[in-house]
Design a protein around this ligand. Structure first.
Ligand SMILES: [Zn+2]
Length: 238
C-alpha cells in the first residue's frame, strides 16, 4: 500500500507522520483524532520537501494533537477475559473462556470460545487467539483473492500472484514484482469488502507498480468505490 511512515525532530518532540501518495496537486497535512499525522502528497515530491513542510507546520500539529488528547479515553488494553469483544471479519464477537485440558479456539453461535487449561493466563489466551486469527487469515484471504481475480480478467496479469500474510505495524499489504502479495494478518478483523479492497489494490500493482495516475485510474475502473472502502477500513481498525 501507499502509506509509509517517517518522522522529524522538532525541539524535544519526535513527530511521526505517514505519507500517502495520491494523484493530486497540493500537499495536505491532517491530524486525526487518534493523533496520527497523515500527509497526502502529489506523486514525485521529494521526502526532504515533505519533511520541511512538516517542520514548518510542527507547532500547529502539536496543538492539534494536544487538542485531541483531551478527548481520548485511555484505550482499554485487551485483557482476554470472558465478555470482552474481539473483531473477526468485521463483526464483534464476545469472548468466552472455558477451562479444558486441550487448548482450542472456536466460533460457536456468535461467541468466540477459547478452551484453555489456564483461563486466567491472559498471555496464553492472547497467543491462542493470535494463532486462530492466523489460521483464519490464511483461509479467508485466499477465498477473497479467488473472488477478486475475475474482476481483473480483462487485464493481462503479467504473473499469477501468490498470497501470504504477516503482522505489519503500519501497512495493510504489499506486493513484490514477483507477484508475492503479503497482507497484514490483522485484516482478518475487517470485513470482506475491506479485505477485497486491499487485495485489489495490491493486484493492481502487478500491472502498475507505482502509485501513478494510471494506477489510480485502473483501481477506480476495477473498484469504483475503493475510497469508501478505504475510509471504512481505517475507521474500523485503528
Ligand atoms: Zn500501493
Amino acid at each position: 500500500m501507499s502509506v509509509t511512515a517517517f518522522s522529524i525532530t522538532y525541539g524535544s518532540h519526535e513527530l511521526t507522520f505517514t505519507v500517502e501518495v495520491r494523484p493530486r496537486r497540493t500537499l495536505s497535512i491532517s491530524v486525526h483524532p487518534d493523533q496520527r499525522v497523515h500527509i497526502l502528497s502529489p506523486p514525485d515530491v521529494p521526502l526532504a520537501q515533505i519533511q520541511a513542510r512538516v517542520t514548518r507546520r510542527a507547532a500547529w500539529i502539536l496543538r492539534q494533537q494536544a487538542y485531541f488528547q483531551q478527548f481520548r479515553p485511555a484505550t482499554p488494553a485487551r485483557r482476554y477475559v470472558s465478555g470482552e469483544t474481539h473483531l473477526y471479519l468485521g463483526r464483534q464477537y464476545r469472548l468466552r473462556l472455558e477451562e479444558a485440558p486441550k487448548s482450542q479456539v472456536k466460533l460457536i453461535r456468535g461467541r468466540l470460545v477459547v478452551h484453555t487449561p489456564r483461563p486466567a493466563d491472559a498471555d496464553h489466551t492472547a497467543q491462542l487467539l493470535r494463532q486462530w486469527y492466523q489460521q483464519r487469515a490464511a483461509e479467508q484471504f485466499q477465498a477473497v483473492l479467488q473472488q477478486c481475480l475475475p474482476l481483473l480478467s480483462e487485464y493481462q496479469l503479467p504473473i499469477l500472484p501468490t498470497l501470504h500474510h504477516r503482522y505489519y505495524q503500519k501497512r495493510w499489504g504489499s506486493c513484490s514484482p514477483t507477484g508475492r502479495i503479503t497482507l497484514n494478518t490483522d485484516l482478518i478483523r475487517a470485513d470482506k469488502s475491506s479485505i477485497a479492497y486491499v487485495i485489489l489494490h495490491e493486484l493492481c500493482h502487478l500491472i502498475e507498480p507505482n502509485h501513478s495516475r494510471r494506477f489510480y485510474r485502473l483501481l477506480t475502473q476495477i473498484l469504483p468505490d475503493w475510497e469508501r472502502r478505504k475510509a471504512k477500513l481505517e475507521k474500523a481498525l485503528v
